[in-house]
Design a protein around this ligand. Sequence first.
Ligand SMILES: [Zn+2]
Length: 207
Amino acid sequence: MFNQQSNNNNNAIEQLVYSLSRLPSLGTRSARRIALHLLRRREATLLPLISNLQNVADNIKICQICRNFDVNDPCNICTNHNRDKSIICVVEDVADLWAMERSGLYKGVYHVLGGVLSAIDGITPEHLGIDKLLKRINDCHIRELILATNATVDGQTTAHYINDTLQLLNKTDLKITKLAQGIPIGGELDYLDDGTLAAAMKARYAV
Ligand SMILES: [Zn+2]
C-alpha cells in the first residue's frame, strides 16, 4: 500500500507514482498504472515524455501581455499582425483560449485570468491580472471586451466584477459583451437544466 511514509523511503518508482498521483484527475491507482506503463514501454512512452517535459520546462513562457503559454513572450497571438488588437476576449484558463482558437472564429486577442475570484481560495483581482487588463484597456485603443468566463457562479461573479470596475472607468467608447448562453447545437429542450433553459429564453431572438 502506497502512503506518505513509503514515499520517503527513496524508492524511485514510488516517487514517480507519488508525482503522477498529484496530477489532476489521477488518484494513486491510476498513477500506479501509468508508472507501470511507462516502465514497460520505456522507448515508446517514457523517454519521449521525459524529452517533452524537459522541452516544456525549458522553453514555455507566460506571455506578459495576455498570460497565454507560448515559446515566445509576447506570445504568437499578441504579435500576430492579422489579429485584431482592439478586441480582447477574457477567458478563465489557457484551455479556454485553446478552445476558442480551435473554433477558428475569433480573430482578436485575449486576456487569460488563470482562475476566478474566490474569497474561500483567497483569489483576488491581482491574482487574475485584472489590474494589467485595465491598464491595457486604458493604454491601448480597445473597442470591445468579450467576457467569456464560464457559466458558473464564480465565473459570472468574476465577469460582473470586471464589468463593474470598467463602468467606474467610464470608458464610453468600449463595448462590453458576453457570450450567449442557451441551447447547445443538437440539444433537446427536455434534457436541459432549468438554468440553461432560462438563459436560452432570455437570449431569444427574432427570426
Ligand atoms: Zn499574448
